[in-house]
Design a protein around this ligand. Structure first.
Ligand code: PHE
Length: 343
């Protein structure tokens, strides 16, 4: 009997496994009611009393060792399993962080959003329209005479040689659509892409972006226009910024003006950006010509309005000191990455 016990004890001590099923099978073989150790306990009952004491101790020792073995192996396997599960959830927490590559907004989008926000805060609503326009919305309704040079092939991209359909040359076309469809008061800005048949250079491009504004109500005056432009300039370029208006001409506004801001770089002292004048031009504006109101079904005897329009590329140049228009369209990562932190 002692020999049998020693043999089983060795077997128990040598047993190892990483499989729960194997450990359980081992437990059943050794410790279950019909297991080898239980069988020995049965045989133990028939031993002569003189042998019972030592054999009893050996037998107990075998049982405890077997129980310990089974429990410790099961525990080890369980721990290993939970470790595996959590490592699936959290890979290796000690690995160095791999920063995800984030994109950045295009500078034109950043500035367009800023302009939109300034006007939205004072009640202007954003409106959009088609980039392919008909002559009426882009020119005729806006009081362009038939022989106006802007209609000329050199300035305008016509679609499939149809003189009535063209890529819009300004977003004033959207304002015609708004006036056509709504009753005053109207207070809207139209940001969007526009197209002109120009040779591409550092200072000109055939595609660019505009934001145009329109306000129509009873008794809208030039003073209202000046006030809103002054507000925009100070919000956009900083509180110290001043504006000045110079008389100009647009077919759709009367009177018309060009708007300059005090140079944002030299604060009006004169530098090479403002060519020593202390001023830079940022947009065109004026009181909506009564003909335009009437063309769009708004009674010019009751209502008046102002309009303004600016090129986003130009304003972006002034904000970020970009000196070549072509950079906006080339998608050079070295250029775009500089705007990662702006929104
Ligand atoms: N539409 C003009 C342009 O493209 C800008 C402008 C808009 C001027 C509104 C006056 C009033 O140049």
């Amino acid at each position: 009997m002692t020999e049998k016990i020693q043999q089983l004890l060795k077997e128990v001590e040598n047993f190892t496994s990483e499989s729960m099923e194997e450990v359980e099978a081992f437990r059943i073989r050794m410790l279950s009611k019909k297991g080898l150790i239980s069988e020995l306990f049965q045989a133990f009952k028939n031993l002569p009393p003189a042998e019972k004491k030592t054999v009893g101790q050996q037998l107990n020792q075998l049982k405890v060792t077997a129980l310990d073995k089974v429990n410790s192996l099961k525990q080890a396997i369980e721990e290993q399993q939970t470790r595996q599960k959590s490592s699936e959830k959290y890979p290796d927490l000690t690995l160095p962080v791999d920063f995800a590559q984030t994109g950045s907004r295009h500078p034109i989008s950043i500035i367009r959003n800023q302009i939109n926000q300034i006007f939205e805060k004072i009640g202007f609503v954003i409106s959009e329209g088609p980039e392919i326009e008909d002559d009426w919305h882009n020119f005729s309704a806006l009081n362009f005479a038939d022989e106006h040079p802007a209609r000329d092939m050199q300035d305008t991209f016509f679609v499939e040689k149809n003189p009535d359909i063209a890529l819009r040359t300004h977003t004033s076309s959207v304002q015609v659509r708004v006036m056509d469809g709504q009753k005053p008061p109207i207070r809207t800005i139209s940001p969007g892409r526009v197209f002109r048949n120009e040779a591409i250079s550092a200072r000109a491009h055939c595609i660019f972006h505009q934001v145009e504004g329109l306000y129509i109500d009873k008794k809208v005056s030039f003073a209202d226009l000046k006030h809103v432009l002054d507000h925009f300039a100070r919000e956009f370029f900083g509180a110290h910024t001043q504006i000045r208006l110079r008389p100009s001409y647009f077919p759709f506004t009367e009177p018309s003006a060009e708007v300059d801001v005090s140079c944002p770089f030299c604060k009006g002292k004169g530098c090479n950006i403002c060519k020593g004048t202390g001023w830079v031009e940022i947009m065109g504006c004026g009181m909506v010509d009564p003909n335009v109101l009437d063309n769009c079904g708004i009674d010019s005897k009751v209502y008046s309005g102002y309009a303004f329009g600016m090129g986003i590329e130009r304003i972006t140049m002034l904000k970020y000191m970009v000196n070549d228009l072509r950079l906006y369209f080339e998608n050079d990562m070295r250029f775009l990455k500089q705007f990662e932190t702006a929104f």
